[in-house]
Design a binder for this molecule. Sequence first.
Ligand code: DCP
Ligand code: MG
Length: 369
Amino acid sequence: MPESQLTDTRKILHVDADAFYCSVEERDDPILKGKAFAVGGKAERRGVIATCSYAARKAGVHSAMASYRAVRECPQLIIIKPRFEAYKEASQQMHEIFQKYSSLIEPLSLDEAYLDVTDSQKCRGSATLMAREIMQAVREQVGITVSVGAAPNKFLAKVASDWNKPNGLCVIPPEKVQDFVFELPVEKIHGVGKVTAEKLHNKGIMTCGMLRQYSRLELSRWFGSFGERLWELARGIDDRPVETGRRRKSLSVEHTYDADLPDEAAILAKVGALLEDLEQRFKKISGEYGVSKRFVKVKFADFTQTTLEELLERNDQPAEEHFRALMVRAWERGSRPVRLLGVGVRLVDLRAPEQLLQLELFERRKGRL
Ligand code: DCP
Ligand code: MG
């Protein structure tokens, strides 16, 4: 690993396309420009919104919303079928541009990537200028807009790219990090979802500055291992290197509960919410990965843990029933109160030809858990 990746004088860019699928659609059909429209499944067919234009967002539509609800919120909403090939091509073109600035690129999804430009000689080494050039090149060559965050680490670069969206640039130079983080609302921290944000707000903790008043121990008591991470992030600390060429092998979500779950019924009551979360995350990468196995993790109150996985069979929908059954089997290995549950899937890389063959065996289980 280059040394630059380990110091906090790194220069990291996070690039994220604006309303990605919609931007591509609007580029190819200018009639859509400025209109309230979405890409997703039909309302009559119990479809879901993948993403929507900024005009539709103003009317209350958002990603992952059921299409029938979206139409209720915004009656003039136009819903278009996704064209994954076009999105993949745009993604590829974006990556070709990124490569001119760094070889240390970590793609997170089709429309999002981290670049470590610490050692780049471009733009006399100015991350700000590189960010501006990338925004311009994507606009001119791909025909869509992106937002970029520039910061000394991944955590802040990602927050920054969202700061002035759409078509926005936000730079957090090292000397501004402390002031920036101090004021940062806790819900802006990646990984702090609705539930965690609410818990923090209930304790009167609104910003990272306020979060700093609590010790590592207190935070890990409240939030499990994520508490440790919160302690660091509240101080702007994030040492994760930009990992190039990494392809995911699995995707999972887990949750540590405030109070131990005493029995099977209590455990089953939690499976639905975990799966919803997993489904959300899977949607972001489902253009690139298929699913071959599902697995569950159970950590008992005495910190022993077990995982159990099974192959997906043909047509064994709906997914929830299978996860529930698997969870019960895993729990029965200990039959004790539980502190943490996790659900996940093993992934098949749709970009790797040898894995595609394997996926054929599972009947191209793309876009489904
Ligand atoms: N996506 C999806 N289902 C979701 C979330 C996202 O299919 N629940 C797809 C459609 C998005 C793309 O992934 O266009 C990128 O996701 P982002 O979260 O980056 O959202 P957008 O790029 O659409 O909007 P933003 O401008 O907020 O980044
Ligand atoms: Mg985006």
